[in-house]
Design a protein around this ligand. Structure first.
Ligand SMILES: Cc1ncc(COP(=O)(O)O)c(C=O)c1O
Length: 409
């Protein structure tokens, strides 16, 4: 991987703020965009900015061709068996909500999640508890935040009506990846389906939905170099056929009468109204970029940077890394709590890093408030890495972080 060459593709890395280039370590939230994605979207806006799916003129056909190509690229990227299993959404949140709202849950059905879910894979289930009377049960992690597979299996064998296991694949809290294949096998053996929240896994490691046999998989393309407000829901085709559409209207049907509608098959029945065609086309360009670079290379690169940062942080008094100690188990994420002698909290650290050296990190509860509340812990700092980050940036981060906490110790 030629990092310097990669960096040239990202215009945001070349823009100085306060006379300094940014060190962007907030990739778990949103990644930067390469020129290849920006150009693909600009081409749409400049040359054929029209609607797809309906009109028969040549500009509309060009939209259709390019959207179809993007869908096929995502199909191959995820290892899905057919392009119709790829539903374009706005983000991971929308994919999770679609399944939570449209899956045919009955009163008393159980849904299992982990104790470290992003609010987007927590609140939809709390809503269904009230709406449909489902039971939402939490599977607690081991003390080191790894997955308790024995506890999970035990829970499944004691509970008769688990319909769905919906879990974060790679955690945005600490970068830990659950043993998805084993979890899916055990869930299937007990008659439950599995949905994985792939927001933090799909951008960073190779995924093959058929190999792990997952039933639903959701992701956000804006966390993998793609346009903002673009995501994907993958579902096994027969399941997508069975579940009801979420938002309905134009382009989801082949015919209507005053009384009823004839829905189209997936993916059309889920993609209602005029779409973000530029975004869909940009998704294809993002996938091309990741394929060219190679997800295994990206994974190794992030782990190397994580090692540098972890070994620097572990000697800093008052900072405690969340999750397993071994960086190999935390991919490209380093989150740490802050307990300094003279005060100063996670937000203070984040603001000083930004103000002094343009280092962008995240501070707070990362939308996993429930995990923090359960441990009576308020906030943490998170550095999250991607393919364009360098070893020099990792060392600089440690240097500036050391000086910053020195102000409070
Ligand atoms: C693990 C995880 N799940 C879900 C989400 C929600 O993603 P989005 O806001 O793109 O819907 C995020 C965003 O940070 C995430 O990290």
């Amino acid at each position: 991987m030629d990092i310097q060459k990669i960096r040239h593709d990202f215009p945001a890395l070349a823009k100085k703020w306060n006379g300094k280039y940014p060190i962007y370590f907030d990739n778990a939230c949103m990644t930067l965009k390469p020129v290849q994605v920006i150009n693909a979207m600009n081409e749409y806006y400049n040359e054929y900015p029209v609607c797809g799916g309906r009109s028969l003129h040549r500009m509309a056909k060009k939209v259709d061709e390019n959207v179809t190509r993007s869908r096929e690229k995502l199909q191959k990227f995820l290892g899905a068996s057919r392009p119709e299993e790829i539903i374009f959404t706005r983000n991971t949140t929308e994919g999770l909500n679609l399944v939570a709202n449209c899956f045919d849950f009955k009163k008393g059905d159980m849904v299992l999640t982990s104790d470290r879910e992003h609010n987007s894979n927590l609140i939809p289930w709390q809503v269904q508890v009230r709406k449909k009377g489902i039971r939402h049960v939490i599977v607690h992690s081991n003390p080191d935040n790894t997955f308790d597979i024995a506890g999970f299996e035990d829970l499944l064998s004691k509970s008769k009506n688990v319909r769905l296991v919906s879990m974060v694949h790679t955690s945005n809290l600490d970068g830990y990846t659950i043993p998805a294949k084993d979890i899916i096998r055990i869930a299937h053996d007990h008659g439950a389906l599995v949905m994985l929240d792939g927001a933090q896994s799909a951008p960073h490691k190779p995924m093959d939905v058929r190999e792990i046999d997952v039933d639903f998989f959701v992701l956000s393309v804006h966390k993998m170099l793609g346009p903002t407000g673009m995501g994907v829901l993958y579902g096994k085709y027969h399941l997508l056929e069975e579940i009801a559409p979420f938002i309905v209207g134009g382009d989801t049907v082949s015919d209507t009468t005053f009384e009823g509608a004839k829905f189209l098959p997936p993916p059309e029945k889920f993609e209602a109204g005029l779409q973000n065609y530029a975004g869909m086309i940009g998704c294809g360009a993002a996938v091309d970029y990741l394929n060219r670079t190679g997800l295994s290379n990206i994974e190794k690169h992030e782990e190397n940077l994580n090692r540098i940062i972890t070994s620097g942080i572990k000697d800093f008094p008052g900072l405690k890394i969340i999750g397993p100690h071994d960086p190999h188990m935390r991919g490209g994420i380093i989150s740490f709590t802050v307990d300094l002698k003279k005060g100063g909290d996670a937000h203070d650290i984040a603001i000083i890093l930004d103000e002094t050296e343009n280092i962008a990190v995240r501070s707070g509860a990362f939308c996993v408030h429930s995990w923090f509340n359960y441990r009576k812990c308020e906030a943490a700092v998170r550095a999250s890495l991607y393919l364009y980050n360098t070893e020099d940036e990792a060392r600089k981060f440690i240097d500036v972080l050391g000086k910053t906490i020195g102000l409070f110790n």
